[in-house]
Design a protein. Sequence first.
Length: 287
Amino acid sequence: SFGSDLSSAVPYSGNVLKASEVIANRAFKLNNEIDNIIDDALANRKFSVYYQPIFSVEQGRFISAEALLRLKNEKFGFIPPDVFITAAEKSGAIHRIGDYVLEEVCHFISGDEFKELGLDYIEINLSVVQCMQRGLADNILATIEKYGISPEKINLEITETAANYSQNILIENMTKLISAGVSFSLDDFGTGYSNMARLASLPLKIVKLDKTFVDNSNKPKLHIFLKGTIRMLKDMDMEIVVEGIETEQMVETFSNLNCDFIQGYYYSKPIPQNDFIKFIEEAKISA
Ligand code: C2E
Ligand code: CA
Ligand code: CA
């Protein structure tokens, strides 16, 4: 029979696939297909923008949110942003992705529902690759104008890696956007190599303290370092968002350390636009 032919042709090897091999295999397949998955998602609107609320300690209300991109695939399920953003930066698809996110956010802001929420601005992540593009500022301002929204409603998050590369193009883009009313945040502060002099030279409104800071804030020496860093940033007239806050105790710690804004699972995970609207509406009622 066919079955016995097959088993004699391919003898049982006795090898069992280990979990790590299965995961490596899945990652290999995903890596091979990710460029096609991204192209397909862009063409067929399979990306969606989620929102994570940001709480103001002083005002006792949600004042903004960060837009975070999601990609759900039939075969792989939710693909982590770290995976598809990295791939898109290599392939160049990041420019189309960046345009998509900005369009979605501007569309949301231009709607009546958004006005009711009373949020000050939405934070949008910019990739290093986008920051090095000469036409970035004009491109962003054109979209803002297309939707007829106020540029003050947009805050762009950049990382220190972006500030490492071609400072001239970055500063040129920032200057143009800032004079139109757009503001900037420095994302992931405290990870990797932090150049304080450069940080001080950038026209930033907000600095976002990374989760790695938060997680170690109970260690005595790190607490002192954190305290000093926060005071220094405040002295430089910058506002501070602390990210990755998951417990009430952490909320207390960072409120006492004079952080302006708090973001993290404690309040909410990033959620779809409709859920986000409901979340803010309910928070306003119970306030
Ligand atoms: P990020 O900009 O540092 O975003 C914050 C990440 O922390 C998000 O992960 C968010 O879901 C997660 N997070 C928020 N609060 C908590 C918390 O309390 N605990 C923990 N454990 N995590 C928390 P996410 O959405 O997976 O995004 C990962 C990264 O992918 C982002 O890091 C950002 O660098 C990039 N990314 C996401 N969306 C975009 C986008 O639209 N454009 C670009 N260029 N990059 C994006
Ligand atoms: Ca961010
Ligand atoms: Ca971050």
